[in-house]
Design a protein around this ligand. Sequence first.
Ligand code: SAH
Length: 374
Amino acid sequence: MAESVIIPGVPPAPDKVNLLDLDRSALEAFFVALGEKPFRATQVMKWIYHERVIDFATMTNLSKALRERLSACAEIRPPEVILDQHSRDGSRKWLIRMDSGNSIETVFIPEPDRGTLCISSQIGCPLDCSFCATARQGFNRNLTVAEIVGQVWQAARLLGDARNGHRVITNIVLMGMGEPLLNFANVVKATDLLQDDLGFGISKRRVTLSTAGVVPALYRLREVSEVSLAVSLHAPDDALRNELVPLNRTYPIRELLAACRHYIADKPHRRITWEYVLLDGVNDSEEQARDLAALIGNIPSKVNLIPFNPFPDARYRRSGPATIARFHAVLMAHGLTVVTRKTRGDDIAAACGQLAGQVRARGRRAARLAGIAG
Ligand code: SAH
């Protein structure tokens, strides 16, 4: 494993608009407000997202006068990468500083047929799922649009992702820290930029939002976004799910499944990915596998079984390989598409549920209530 500290710090400029915060329509409005034509947004987006240029002086198809005006009122400032870790298996993990007290982690997982980038949507998380390391850190704040797309911008740069040549990042999942649907407006704008041809141009179906199930936000999401949906289910009944995912007490399984059905209704070829972390002796019996199959059997589905990834003081253990294989087989026998996730990046603690960073927690309970009410 190699570690290196990279990129010197860029001081923040609070009086300037960070153009990474603006999606295409907001950037057009920004230029119109400057008395410019909206197509300036196209030019600048190509520089930022295709050429990965963030210095106005280099944007030679803009007049010198406009470049100077931009430098005075705007900046393009991705968050800083402060640590770059390489796993023996090719995974990468970056620690990215968001402000003086907080940093988050972003992970890249290469596979033969794809490259998946796992990004975060919040600093910490207010949901308090009992098997997740992020929950231990509590919640600090939502990430801005610039901080969400900035993770992809930095990863693309460090991976040498080339838009017109070899594409290294083919898939993006919002499965890092945080609950994306509790940061709704910023997450929708950021995912729009990921899918926009003038942005990162990732194919619509290859941007996946993972949620613990904020039901009202799921109904709203369908109206404004075309991201694929992954839902962290983890239990086939409310009693157990209440324990593992406390959000279930607010939005129980029946309501969650109705929202999921609605999300993909009338959308051919779309399906829900169900995530199910396998916890030894807790949710991994054959009977629970049968109950799970019965629950989701009539929804177009794919099941991702995730062997539990331990962290210090975790109260669970990973299910044994034979138990995992049996659970997998029962679901398959019920006609479901099932993938048991391989654990990647073991040597750099880059697996699901192990993402940490440095979070300055604020009151967790207050944050949780505020987050859900909003
Ligand atoms: N809040 C969102 C996204 C973050 S969690 C959500 O709940 O979906 C991303 C995925 O990692 C979820 O499926 C989560 O259940 C899983 N996960 C969390 N902790 C884990 C652990 N210790 N081992 C394995 N998977 C874990």
